[in-house]
Design a protein around this ligand. Structure first.
Ligand code: TEU
Length: 536
């Protein structure tokens, strides 16, 4: 009926924090291979690998220096080939991260471009300065100006992310040909798709000044431009369509209309996209300004995207976000209940479910003590940037620790042995001190754990056409409760979740397909953080 990538659950591995096999404090590819049986047991069909390419690691691999080589931190190309083969043996398909908006200033193309060596001279976006400053007023996603002056070339280059991540020039056909070649090379090696990093901002239509706005000045010149669509169609037509693979776009600041233009099947661009709107229900304006989690906004937003798109890439966590149990649930008193409730919601929405390593055991946000515990380039840039406005240190620190991406990047908690069983030496980022209680060994194949609940849910969804393909209909939303229906000609389910610490009465009753309270016959009262799927 559909495609394999609609029926499977995708598990995201953040390689540096997954499993360290060679005792250097950094996760690696052989470490992932060791854990493939673990993923099979969970029921995973697709593994998305955050970047393992050669990289100076300024942005943990999202700054690629060679798309066709593996960083020695993570292993070798032989390890990578073995991972693909071993995964395939277990029915797991590998999906790579494709980062093509920018790469690293250490990439050979950039090094040659700085020296105006052809054909690389125009591979990046170089301009002369204006009035003694940068070419325009654009600002970076990582705070501050989006331009860096290069002493060698005596010009500025554009970088929408870190200074060490120069943006590629998509007005240059040669760049598009390079990208096709990279995609082809990985598909030929046996991977089955790509998660495409910030894929809706790759084409800059003009380099005019941006509108006056507080952050991301310049956005209107590069967000989802027509040229962007043309490139995606070309990649699809010339390469992707010749393979059994899928693409999921990471699409920043996307609206439903933009999303449809990117993943409507008839347009042949992307297969699905990650939208961000539901992740904004606990912030004002940008993520650094946190506010109380607005549950109703969260439910309404999820509902809206369910209605607006024919197929969603559903997620509550990834390597840039926070731990969902800490963020949308209650990671102390109702840790188990809220983690399993969130899981039920995720797996009963229409679309492909994506989970992030550690989510299946309810890992929580990190217990940082100071800026020294944080490695992330974005966090450090923003901390410094806010200093320019004389924000006191305590306030800046508060903003960072509440929103830093390092909250989810701490090492995977495998057991209660030292360093959480992730490594035998001090890892690159501290292990959350709750590893003594929250770890895989405590939950793996044990009744009544978050892990086994995920396993059950994955199995349930994998084998239920209605949960996979059924239509979505919103039934009821209030400040705590979200109820919706999934249905097709054969079957109908009512899904109800209670995002509160109090019991809530709803007007539905009936036999339960699954509940995180083991309820079998539902009498209308939802327990704190209870989730149920009702039959019929
Ligand atoms: O993220 C893009 C992106 O929008 C985030 O950086 C976002 O701005 C930030 O995390 C706020 O929540 C992608 C990758 O997922 C991220 O890890 C990279 O740092 C970034 O692109 C640059 O490649």
């Amino acid at each position: 009926m559909g495609h394999w990538w609609q029926e499977q659950t995708v598990y995201q591995v953040y390689p540096r924090s997954f499993n360290d096999s060679n005792h250097d404090g950094m996760g690696d590819i052989p470490g992932i291979i060791e854990k493939l049986d673990y993923l099979t047991a969970l029921g995973i069909g697709v593994l998305w690998l955050s970047p393992v390419y050669k990289s100076p690691q300024k942005d943990n691999g999202y700054d690629i220096a060679d798309y066709k080589d593996i960083d020695p931190l993570f292993g070798t190309m032989a390890d990578m080939d073995q991972l693909i083969v071993e995964a395939e043996k277990r029915g797991i398909k590998i999906v790579m991260d494709l980062v093509i908006n920018h790469n690293s200033d250490q990439h050979e193309w950039f090094q040659k471009s700085r020296q105006r060596i052809d054909p690389y001279t125009d591979y990046y976006i170089w301009r002369d300065g204006k009035d003694g400053g940068p070419p325009n007023n654009w600002t970076s996603f990582f705070a501050g100006e989006a331009w860096q002056y290069d002493d060698m070339r005596k010009q500025y280059y554009l970088h929408l992310f870190a200074t060490e991540q120069p943006d590629l020039n998509y007005h240059n056909k040669a760049v598009i040909e390079e990208v096709k070649d990279i995609i082809k090379c990985w598909l030929d090696r046996g991977v089955h798709g790509f998660r495409c990093d910030v894929i809706n901002i790759i084409f800059k239509s003009s380099l005019e000044d941006g509108k006056r706005q507080l952050v991301l000045k310049g956005l209107e010149h590069y967000l989802s431009q027509e040229g962007n669509h043309e490139i995606l169609q070309e990649l699809r037509r010339d390469v992707l369509d010749h393979y059994d693979c899928f693409t999921v776009g990471e699409t920043v600041l996307v609206t439903p209309k933009m999303a449809r233009d990117l993943c409507d099947p008839s347009r042949k661009e992307l297969d699905m996209i990650f939208s961000f709107e539901h992740m904004e229900a606990d912030q004002y304006f940008v993520k650094w300004f946190k506010r109380k989690f607005q549950k109703k906004v969260f439910f309404e937003t999820l509902s809206k995207w369910q209605k607006e798109l024919h197929w969603n890439a559903n997620y509550f966590e990834n390597h840039d976000q926070l731990r969902s149990v800490s963020r949308f649930g209650d990671d102390t008193r109702y840790w188990m209940e809220s983690a399993t409730m969130l899981a039920t919601l995720l797996f009963s929405l229409k679309g492909t479910p994506f989970i992030y390593q550690g989510q299946e055991i309810g890992m929580t946000n990190f217990d940082f003590q100071s800026m020294d515990d944080i490695q992330d380039v974005e966090s450090h840039n923003v901390y410094r940037f806010l200093g320019r406005f004389h924000l006191p240190k305590w306030l800046r620190w508060r903003m960072i620790f509440k929103s830093s991406r390092d909250n989810v990047r701490t090492p995977m908690q495998w057991s209660d042995s030292e360093y959480g069983g992730f490594s035998t030496v001090q890892p690159w980022l501290k292990v959350n001190s709750n590893y003594h209680t929250i770890n895989v060994a405590n939950q793996f194949h044990q009744e009544g754990t978050i892990w086994s609940y995920y396993q059950t849910l994955i199995h349930l969804r994998n084998n239920d056409q209605t949960l996979i393909y059924g239509d979505f209909e919103k039934m009821y939303i209030d400040k705590h409760v979200f109820i919706f229906r999934r249905y097709d000609e054969q079957e109908a389910y009512i899904i109800a979740v209670n995002f509160s610490t109090k019991k809530r009465t709803i007007s539905y009753r009936g036999d339960v397909l699954i509940s995180n309270y083991n309820t079998t016959r539902f009498n209308g009262v939802l327990q704190p953080y209870e989730a149920i799927i009702l039959k019929g």
